[in-house]
Design a protein around this ligand. Structure first.
Ligand SMILES: C[S@@+](CC[C@H](N)C(=O)[O-])C[C@H]1O[C@@H](n2cnc3c(N)ncnc32)[C@H](O)[C@@H]1O
Length: 284
């Protein structure tokens, strides 16, 4: 087999034990490529709202296996830059780049190393949800720094609903989810997500907020996201690998138990255009 294709590049977490590894890399091992809660449909809506054109520089934080990077490149932005902490995932994205106009950074979204005000669009999917409150704020601050005034920041993350959800239920969901996916899960309600962006200096407008059902592991969504062949490959892998199957079924049980309170959220916020300095009054 060729060693030069994206699919022949090693998967993140290849060396890890299925019983303990982070849920997203376990799903990747099973053949899943779309690893965000609202699926490809919510991703398309997010990208539409971000208005990627050939004049724009786009930064994707945490591209993972690159499913959205591919879609972004269909809009032919001037530059695409992926910032991914996992080396193996970054190597897969590296293989999708179009040429010298694009690049990737292996590192944390907290400190991307990118120049201030160098991007028109920054977006992130299914990554902020795993961060603590402090890390969320630091990543939002980094997106703000990297964006030009007027630039757009899009997020597609795990949500809780309704906004009035009781704290005990929020805590129970966070705990059970974290146990199932073996990584801290810290989803927020739509208004809490909006507040995190607002506190980071962004303007958040209500028409640019959407939610979708959290159907990551529901058969219909899997077919929609991965195609019929992809879904069949995932099913076959699950049949073959009992440790992985147990874990995936456990994740789905938690998603189903809290189906009424879990959702996917997509928000687009903008970095305010700097207030023009008012010239000193001219004496007449
Ligand atoms: C659930 S996956 C989502 C991947 C992709 N965005 C998607 O929706 O399919 C989470 C990704 O976030 C990356 N990640 C987690 N923390 C990060 C950080 N601080 N900086 C950059 N990437 C990070 C992980 O390596 C992984 O690729």
């Amino acid at each position: 087999m060729s060693t030069n294709t994206v699919e022949s590049t090693p998967l993140p977490g290849e060396e890890l034990d299925a019983a303990k590894m982070p849920g997203h890399w376990l799903l990747a091992r099973m053949g899943k490529r779309v690893l965000r809660p609202g699926g490809i449909e919510l991703t398309r809506l997010l990208l539409q709202g971000l208005e990627i054109t050939p004049a724009k520089t786009v930064v994707e934080l945490a591209p993972g296996l690159g499913a959205t990077a591919r879609l972004t490149m269909l809009s032919n932005p001037a530059h695409y830059i992926g910032v991914e902490r996992d080396e193996a995932a970054a190597q897969r994205v590296a293989r999708m780049l179009r040429g010298e106009q694009d690049r990737y950074v292996v590192g944390s979204a907290v400190a991307t190393g990118l120049d201030a005000e160098s991007a028109d669009i920054v977006y992130v999917e299914a990554m902020l949800s795993m961060q603590t409150a402090t890390e969320k704020s630091r990543i939002v601050a980094e997106a703000f720094r990297v964006l030009r005034p007027g630039g757009l920041f899009g997020i597609h993350e795990l949500g809780l609903q309704p906004d009035t959800l009781a704290d005990e239920i929020k805590d129970a969901i966070r705990m059970e989810l974290s146990n199932a996916i073996h990584i801290g899960a810290r989803p927020l309600t739509l208004s809490e997500w909006a507040e995190v962006l607002h506190a980071g200096g962004f303007d958040v407008e209500a028409p640019r907020q959407r939610t979708a059902p959290m159907h990551l592991l529901e058969p219909r969504r899997v077919v929609q996201d991965e195609g019929l062949l992809g879904a069949m490959r995932i099913a076959a892998n699950l049949l073959r690998m009992s440790d992985a199957r147990r874990r995936v079924l456990q994740m789905r049980r938690v998603f189903r138990r809290y189906a009424d309170h879990l959702c996917a959220v997509a928000l687009i916020a903008s970095k305010p255009v700097a207030t023009p300095t008012i010239p000193a009054a001219i004496d007449k």
